[in-house]
Design a binder for this molecule. Structure first.
Ligand SMILES: Cc1ncc(COP(=O)(O)O)c(C=O)c1O
Length: 412
């Protein structure tokens, strides 16, 4: 299902008009389709049905409680990378036995919190981290389940900032080192070695890198499964790419499944997946209102009330988001869509054919459900936008717009 479609010339999310939502909640405004979230989840579960994976939604993609709760109701756990994400997940009533904790820089405080909550496992990314987890577990007299993150050194053919499985990236450990650290960790008190994990990057559009990485992990996986009775899980991370540009193809869950299922079935371990973007990316849009249109000698600037503080991806990764007029028009103009922030990097679309809009028109920046609101900031002292989730013809506010008071609340 397409979450966003035109009905009577107006862009709708499910059965609700974006114009009506912008009128009610103001702009800029994040809007999500809950039906789309559920359908994406179901499609992945169906494609991977042969191995009945535990889907641990990657909270960093969109950490709103209502989004986490939507997936929890479908049976999902979560992938977290901080104590703050653990706090959010628990508030959304996620079962701790379905929580996996990744990240290269876990603090003692993070580890102790997660141990006390009895999460499923930590993904260990270094020898020192294994020692620290063991130390914390000993102090609290609690068991620590760990899965080691392997960096398989494969090229995921994605933007260099979201490639995480090449040897020059900070994530995980190479296979030889993982084997050594496992050996060392096996002798540590309170540590149970429960699995291996990989996450080779994000927005990956072909299935081959996943298959290649898995192939590299297989021998060590077998070796560890034979050596440790506690070894049960193979966690294959997230990274499934979505469609941002109309002429680009997303990686279909079925194509992904075809590539990874043979190896996973062969291993016979419990499979864990950590999708983020795939589940939420296309479900969301950022709606903004045009403030000014100005021409200089070279080009036109459409200046909106949303900027890089609301949606950082274009500035950070030069990423493409489709821009649609909320009131349908076929007229196009070559322009930049920019925000009000005092940075030349503050653009949402650059040197593109964009809807030929006028002052006060509404635009929708599409596929903004992942790494949109969760990466937003208050830079230039701009309160963060509200978020609305639509289910059929019902719209619920799931995060209020921040106020100017919120901006200064913690300052002395
Ligand atoms: C460990 C881990 N798992 C899962 C994800 C989710 O990735 P994606 O949103 O591409 O599915 C990330 C993203 O950075 C990650 O670091």
């Amino acid at each position: 299902m397409q979450a966003f479609t035109y009905l009577h010339g107006l862009l709708h999310v499910e059965r609700v008009s974006l114009e009506a939502l912008a009128h009610e909640y103001g702009t800029p405004l994040y809007i999500y389709s809950q039906t789309h979230l559920r359908q994406r989840y179901d499609a992945l579960v169906t494609a991977m049905a042969d191995v009945s994976p535990l889907i641990c939604y990657s909270v960093k993609a969109n950490s709103n409680r209502a989004v986490i709760d939507t997936f929890r109701q479908q049976g999902a756990g979560v992938d977290i990378v901080s104590g703050g994400e653990l706090f959010r997940a628990l508030r959304a009533r996620v079962d701790p036995s379905k929580i996996v904790f990744a990240g290269v820089g876990k603090t003692r405080e993070d580890i102790e919190y997660a141990l006390k909550e009895r999460i499923l496992f930590f993904t260990v990314e270094s020898e020192q981290e294994a020692l620290r987890i063991s130390d914390c577990a000993e102090e609290l007299n609690l068991p620590a389940r760990v899965a080691f993150r392997v960096n398989p050194d494969v090229d995921a053919k994605t933007h260099k900032y979201v490639s995480t499985g090449k040897k020059e990236n900070k994530f995980g450990m190479d296979i030889e080192r993982t084997a050594k650290v496992c050996e060392m960790a096996a002798g540590l008190p309170h540590i149970d070695i429960v699995g291996l994990q990989m996450h080779i990057g994000s927005q990956i559009l072909t299935a081959e890198p996943f298959a290649e990485a898995l192939q590299k992990l297989q021998p060590l996986c077998r070796q560890l499964a034979a050596a440790h009775s506690s070894f049960k899980y193979i966690d294959i991370g997230g990274g499934i790419g979505i469609q941002y540009e109309p002429e680009h193809q997303a990686l279909a869950p079925t194509a992904f499944a075809d590539a990874v299922l043979p190896a996973l079935k062969d291993l016979g371990l419990q499979v864990i997946m950590e999708p983020g973007r795939y589940l939420v990316g296309n479900a969301g849009a950022l709606v903004c209102r045009v403030q000014y249109v100005k021409d200089n000698a070279f080009k036109r600037f459409i200046i909106a009330d949303a900027g890089m503080n609301d949606l950082l991806r274009p500035a950070l990764y030069q990423s493409y988001h489709e821009v649609l007029p909320v009131r349908r028009t076929e007229e196009r103009v070559f322009a930049d869509l920019v925000g009000p922030i005092c940075e030349s990097g503050d653009f949402l679309a650059q040197e593109r054919e964009l809807p030929d809009v006028e002052q006060d028109d509404l635009l929708a920046v599409m596929s903004a459900g992942a790494y949109g609101a969760s990466m937003s900031s208050t830079y230039n002292s701009r309160p963060r936008p509200p978020e609305v989730m639509v289910d059929g013809d019902k719209a619920n506010i799931i995060r209020e717009r921040e106020s100017w008071d919120d901006l200064v609340r913690n300052e002395a």
